[in-house]
Design a protein around this ligand. Structure first.
Ligand SMILES: C[S@@+](CC[C@H](N)C(=O)[O-])C[C@H]1O[C@@H](n2cnc3c(N)ncnc32)[C@H](O)[C@@H]1O
Length: 303
């Protein structure tokens, strides 16, 4: 080789957790992955997969950055990175777990990856809108998917019995597993049904839902990561409000006096307020802004 010719540069050795992490970030950026299923960027995604592969606690990145990796550890990490790129699935489907705060849920392709903004509101037990959690004796989670919000409900409102409904039998199998993992089968009843149809005459102190709300136009533009989730969990009709409309028309009949409806609608506050100009929605602030989740009391829902 003549001295002017360029030698191919050997790939730098990946020795430490920090090296592997930076390698993952580079690879993810090159591959132009889409995020939004628990993490929002290449660094957090690579960190999550690295810590998961090493079976380290997810909040313990810093103290382990200089950890020297064995060949097997590095192999485990790199295989996960390469699967993430080749399959273009959310990391949660590769690791079979998703987190909402400190709560871990089993997930697979039968359910969407839990990421509801309602989980943030449940961290404070829906305060200040629900002043006395002990007064919530009956609650309903419509469109339960993995059962994640029903399980958070059970923790926020320890005196509540909970119904959790999903139209999709496969999703309910995942919910069953999570409810059992949290030993909540005696408090959470799972129902396969279209919204309220299996609950005639039942009334609740609290109804919440993270329904399908993606508009038809957005469905057509979804990146592959989102297309690997069940379409029935995402598609909300032309304006994203198909399921929400039914909920709004039927919720009052299923709420006790003073009861509350809490619904997530994506960033569709404008669409909701345009469709229902007379309803006095409350839009609590979440990390997604003040246009994602609305609250209405039974009395506000009544004509
Ligand atoms: C956006 S996912 C929410 C899952 C879960 N609550 C969460 O926050 O991760 C919506 C769920 O609604 C279910 N679903 C769609 N249409 C429904 C309907 N008409 N009645 C009941 N469930 C429905 C889907 O099967 C899916 O599991």
């Amino acid at each position: 080789m003549r001295s002017t010719e360029r030698r191919p540069r050997a790939a730098p050795a990946l020795r430490t957790l920090r090296d592997a992490l930076h390698h993952g970030v580079r690879r993810f950026r090159q591959a132009r992955l889409a995020f939004g299923h628990g993490t929002t960027n290449a660094f957090d995604e690579a960190a999550y997969l690295t810590l998961h592969a090493l079976r380290l606690p997810l909040h313990e990145l810093e103290p382990h950055l200089d950890l020297r990796l064995t060949a097997r550890q590095l192999d485990r990490i790199l295989k996960l990175f390469e699967r993430r790129i080749a399959e273009r699935k959310p990391a949660a489907y590769l690791t079979r777990e998703a987190w909402l705060g400190d709560f871990r849920f089993y997930v697979d392709e039968r359910v969407i990856v839990p990421r509801s903004y309602i989980a943030e509101l449940l961290r404070d037990d829906l305060a200040p809108w629900i002043a006395r959690p002990a007064k919530i004796k009956a609650a309903l989670d419509l469109c339960t998917g993995s059962g994640c919000l029903a399980i958070l409900l059970a923790h926020s409102f320890p005196r509540a019995r909970i119904d959790a409904v999903d139209i999709d039998r496969n999703a309910l199998r995942v919910a069953r597993r999570n409810v059992d993992d949290y030993s909540l089968a005696d408090r959470i009843a799972l129902h396969q049904a279209d919204l309220f149809s299996a609950l005639p005459g039942k009334r609740y102190d609290l109804i919440l839902s993270n329904p399908p709300y993606v508009t038809a136009a957005s469905m057509r533009r979804l990146p592959p990561e989102y297309r690997s989730e069940p379409g029935i969990a995402l598609a909300g009709g032309s304006d994203g409000l198909a399921v929400v409309r039914t909920m709004l028309s039927q919720a009052a009949a299923h709420l006790n006096p003073g009861g509350m409806l809490v619904v997530e609608v994506g960033h569709n506050r404008r669409g909701v307020e345009k469709a229902y100009p007379r309803l006095p929605f409350t839009w609590p602030e979440t990390s997604g802004g003040d246009d994602c989740v609305f609250l209405l009391s039974r009395e506000q829902l009544l004509p």
